[in-house]
Design a protein. Structure first.
Length: 109
């Protein structure tokens, strides 16, 4: 049986998830998939925050709850971003009948 997963492994996983999200933002044409990629990037950042909070809490520098509090705030901001972004996306789709980001270069409704 092995011990706890080291912080470096969590950071590598977080970096990989962030890279996948960044590639998704740059390569996708559908606005919904771009939103999903942004959410993946935010969750990768949350994973890194939790990993560092655990490491710093083990070292006695901070409490584990302070890192988790930051993650909670980031999740709340991400939820607000999705709510506003999807509302705008629905309005654009009703007007133009497309969610292609290239077609939305001029956002005049």
């Amino acid at each position: 049986m092995t011990g706890p997963v080291p912080t470096e492994a969590w950071i590598v996983l977080s970096a990989a998830l962030f890279l996948i999200g960044a590639v998704g933002v740059l390569r996708r044409r559908s606005a919904i998939l771009v939103f999903l990629s942004v959410e993946l990037m935010l969750n990768a950042g949350n994973l890194a925050l939790v990993a560092f909070a655990r490491q710093w809490a083990d070292a006695g520098l901070i409490t584990a709850m302070s890192g988790q509090t930051v993650v909670f705030v980031v999740l709340a901001v991400a939820a607000a971003e999705v709510a506003v972004g999807l509302g705008i996306l629905v309005a654009i789709f009703r007007q133009r009948h497309s969610t292609d980001v290239d077609a939305l270069s001029e956002v005049r409704l």
